[in-house]
Design a protein around this ligand. Structure first.
Ligand SMILES: Cc1cc2nc3c(=O)[nH]c(=O)nc-3n(C[C@H](O)[C@H](O)[C@H](O)COP(=O)(O)OP(=O)(O)OC[C@H]3O[C@@H](n4cnc5c(N)ncnc54)[C@H](O)[C@@H]3O)c2cc1C
Length: 485
């Protein structure tokens, strides 16, 4: 996950020297105010909670460190040049423009004061009567922090830009490379993690190599690229039923993706990955390694552990009561990827958009009910199905008792994703783009753009594409961009 995480700075905010809260700054008379609900995070959970409160006599403040809501399920399309960032993200202020009781604030929450009931940003404190934490999750490298720079994950738009740069730069570097072995390394890709995101990425990579870039280069044949999917699990899409998981693997084989399953990643460096299998350690040479192996809840969960004694489950998720409130703190709710919430059968709910959305709706309605004196009940998840796409025409889907694969599943996947994409304009644009690259195999957003990249990412661009000049680090204005293919 990117973004400044200024936890230490938060600790410096003493009560005496602290920035003013919104109320202090505005001089609002506390006696006349309405119930104040602060929502941290404008993702699937937070946005859904805000919307559930739209007709209530409350004041909602939605805080996000980005000014947009991101539709993460289509992020891999941005990372592989199929869609542009604006197709999968909408400004929060625009989404909530007609919701008069809600104010959107751009800012990063860096600390919480649960006794004075305030969330703390860099420049102010904001008081709440009820707090909804919906700050999502980031990539987890299982304790190997150094792997983050070597194998970018896919969690936000910055990540998608970084992954896209790496993919298309690798083909550019291969085109220029004269040494055969080095060229093969540039044309080798490893995706770590065979869950839905890894499978989507590997499938899209194979399509780029086989179809999109066919005939665009003079010294390399992109279709000869090696794409390997590695995972400790014994099957791809391990959360799916066995038959669908097998079909997904067969579809990957058809696309030319090699799956290495049941192997643990032991090391990652600039030139590849070392995996440990029953046969011993094996090195897979590859200049592009992408990470889709694990997530960990927002660090706000750990803060809640320190500040309010919250219990944390695996992946740093906050253990919540059946109604999604924090045990012992009924004015705090934790939802979505941050929460460890169990269904009626005692199973922890997965980190999926529908879970976050339904929890957001539930919590919004529960708070409104409480203000009317109602008790409120537990959260019940309605599982409408799970889908994963493997590439053009290929997907798997479990919809209740119905199991689909191939084209039928892919069409279902496509329409479900369009349906949930925020904003009519986005839906139309994405449908047009998909129609376009369905017919032409083209991915027109395959731009290599250095502006906004980290210094390390720019250095890599420099190395493989020569796309950034020496002074690029001094500012985005000096960075050049190129179009690949
Ligand atoms: C690549 C990818 C593909 C996925 N595909 C699917 C799929 O196909 N189907 C599916 O159901 N699910 C999918 N998911 C999972 C799904 O996106 C998540 O389960 C869902 O986004 C969780 O919603 P949330 O509200 O908890 O968090 P998010 O939607 O992640 O929202 C969290 C928000 O909090 C903000 N934030 C974080 N920290 C702070 C802070 N300190 N201060 C202020 N703001 C903060 C972030 O900017 C963000 O807007 C995918 C996830 C990824 C990464």
């Amino acid at each position: 996950m990117t973004g400044v995480w200024g936890r230490n700075k938060a600790a410096d905010l003493s009560p005496a020297g602290r920035p003013p809260s919104v109320e202090e700054a505005d001089g609002e008379a506390a006696a006349n105010r309405r119930h104040r609900i602060v929502i941290v995070g404008g993702g699937f959970g937070g946005l859904s909670a805000a919307k559930a409160l739209r007709h209530e006599p409350v004041d909602v403040t939605l805080i996000d460190r980005h000014n947009y809501h991101l539709f993460q399920p289509l992020l891999y399309q941005v990372a592989t040049g199929g869609l542009s960032p604006g197709d999968v993200a909408s400004p929060l202020r625009w989404i909530l423009r007609r919701q008069a009781n809600t104010q959107v604030l751009l800012g990063e929450v860096i600390d919480l004061d649960v006794n004075s009931r305030e969330v703390i940003l860099m420049d102010r404190r904001i008081r709440y009567d009820t707090l909804i934490l919906a700050a999502g999750a980031g990539n987890s490298y299982f304790g190997h922090a150094a792997w983050r720079a070597l194998a970018p994950g896919l969690k936000d738009l910055e990540d998608a830009g970084e992954v896209r740069n790496r993919i298309f730069c690798a083909f550019e570097a291969a085109e220029k490379e004269v040494d055969e072995n080095a060229r093969r390394e540039w044309l080798s890709f490893v995706v770590v993690g065979a869950g839905p995101t890894g499978v989507e990425l590997a499938g899209a990579l194979a399509e780029i190599a086989r179809d999109t870039l066919r005939g665009h280069f003079r010294t390399i044949e992109p279709g000869e690229a090696s794409i390997q999917l590695v995972d400790l699990a014994p099957a791809v899409l391990p959360a799916f039923p066995r038959d669908l998981s097998g079909k997904a693997e067969a579809a990957l084989v058809e696309l030319g993706v090699r799956s290495r399953l049941g192997v643990a990643v032991k090391a990652i460096d600039e030139r590849g990955v070392v995996v440990r299998s029953s046969l011993g350690d094996v090195r897979i040479p590859a200049r592009t390694v992408l990470w889709a192996a694990g997530i960990e809840a927002s660090p706000l969960g750990r803060l809640l552990e320190q500040r309010a004694g919250a219990e944390l489950a695996r992946g740093g998720r906050v253990v919540v009561a059946p109604d999604c409130s924090l045990p012992g703190r009924r004015e705090i709710f934790v939802i979505g990827d941050m929460a460890a919430c169990r269904d009626a059968g005692g199973n922890q709910l997965p980190g999926l958009a529908p879970v976050a959305m339904q929890q957001g709706h539930h919590v919004g309605r529960l708070i409104a009910g409480r203000l009317r004196g109602e008790a409120g009940g537990p959260f019940r998840y309605v599982d409408k199905g799970t889908l994963a796409t493997i590439g053009r025409n290929r997907a798997v889907a479990v919809l209740g008792k119905l199991r689909l694969s191939g084209f039928a599943a892919w069409i279902t996947w496509l329409f479900v994703h369009l349906l949930y994409l925020v904003g009519f304009q986005n839906r139309v644009l994405v449908l047009i783009q998909w129609g376009f690259h369905y017919v032409t195999y083209n991915r027109k957003a395959r731009l290599i753009v250095a502006a906004g990249s980290t210094a390390a990412a720019k250095q890599r661009l420099q190395e493989c594409c020569g796309a950034v000049d020496q002074a690029a680090d001094s500012g985005p204005a000096r960075a050049r961009s190129t179009t690949s293919g």
